[in-house]
Design a protein around this ligand. Structure first.
Ligand code: FES
Ligand SMILES: [Fe+2]
Length: 362
């Protein structure tokens, strides 16, 4: 029994990872073949040939114009996944078609729908407009995580760990020392966790990028859209600067939008997409390089910790006990929502495994 939540949108790639070439990434246990047509449209289909299941992304498989040619015996598919030719016979079996995934390019991500195609509604894709909006400069990456995705959800919803795991980068004593407030929108599947530090040390991540030398007011407002998208709205000002204006404008503050897409690869591994968008020093390459390096280091600190945690948990007998405290409120709410979505996803389709299209026996 898999833990994947079906009937959901997941980030499969950054848009610029997908070009007119075959590219494969496993999402929720399903190998997805991504490529762009000559007209620039992204397509997503199963990365398994219907004939003998050879991965289509595997050489010498290749694109021939807008057709995928299997590298094993030459079954050839159109951009809609329908097989258009097979070797040694004129007749193409009617059932020879790849599973094709609903796919949407948005906010610099490629989103794919894992589940029943007729339930896919692109209006449900949560937004991260900073990632390709004007007025923002973005650094980003993707790190493979050898841990179940729930561990990354726990990690991101409880930022008190910054003080311990990311000291000298983004952590200061005030993060762990300041209580949080948590709001849960069960119906929408959104968890909000806020921590507002009125007077805090400025960690190197913000001191170097903003140039602030003294103490800061630091707001962390998390918005987790289960299951895949995590937003951290970070607001930094020198202590004593005015608050946001009643109309929502906030000219005295530095804003950083930290975005994660948390995409399960297998039951025990995750694609950890991360991005940091800022609204200051937009053209300053030194700030860009610093934030890219610094944030990647922070992400890798989490990756190392969660990889170790996964190993430790995998070695435990089932039913191990945890002890939760106030800082876990957001993470526990997320777990509840994920459990509900998992149940709904499974009961709607009755399916828990990747779709398999049997080859026609002809
Ligand atoms: S496995 Fe693809 S053509 Fe045989
Ligand atoms: Fe972290």
């Amino acid at each position: 029994m898999t833990s994947f939540i079906r009937n959901q949108w997941y980030v499969a790639a950054y848009a610029d990872e997908v070009g007119h070439r075959l590219f494969s990434r496993t999402v929720c246990g399903e190998p997805v073949l991504l490529w762009r047509t000559e007209a620039g449209e992204v397509t997503a289909m199963s990365d398994r040939c219907v004939h003998r299941r050879f991965p289509l992304s595997q050489e010498p498989g290749h694109l021939d114009g807008d057709r995928v040619v299997c590298g094993y015996h030459g079954f050839t598919y159109g951009a809609d996944g329908v097989c258009v030719s097979v070797p040694g016979q004129q007749r193409v079996p009617r059932t020879a078609r790849l599973w094709s995934y609903p796919v949407v390019e948005r906010d610099s991500f490629v989103w794919v729908w894992i589940g029943d195609r007729e339930l896919a509604d692109e209006k449900r894709i949560p937004r991260a407009p900073w990632l390709d909006g004007s007025g923002w400069t973005v650094v980003r990456g993707m790190e493979p995580l050898a841990a179940r995705y729930g561990l990354l959800v726990d990690n991101l919803l409880d930022l008190s760990h910054e003080t311990y795991l990311h000291g000298g980068y983004i952590g200061t004593p005030e993060v762990a020392g300041t209580p949080i407030t948590t709001e849960v929108d069960e119906a929408a599947g959104i968890v909000r966790v806020s921590r507002h530090m009125d007077d805090a040390a400025c960690p190197p991540f913000y001191a170097e990028s903003t140039g602030i030398r003294g103490r800061i007011t630091r707001w962390q407002d998390i918005e987790y859209h289960a299951p895949c998208l995590y937003l951290l709205h970070s607001r930094i000002t020198p202590v004593g600067a005015p608050p946001p204006e009643p109309d929502g404008s906030d000219p005295h503050a530095f804003h950083v939008e930290v975005v994660y897409a948390i995409t399960p690869e297998t039951d025990g591994s995750t694609h950890d997409f991360w991005a940091v968008a800022r609204d200051f020093a937009l053209d300053d390459d030194k700030v860009t390089d610093f934030l890219r390096e610094n944030n990647r280091t922070v992400v890798l600190q989490d990756v190392v910790a969660l990889d170790v945690l996964e190993e430790a948990l995998a070695a435990e007998p089932d039913g191990y006990q945890e002890l939760s405290i106030n800082i876990d409120t957001g993470g526990l709410a997320a777990r509840r929502i994920l459990a509900r979505l998992r149940e709904e996803g499974a009961s709607r389709t009755g399916a828990t495994a990747a779709p398999v299209r049997e080859p026609a026996a002809r």
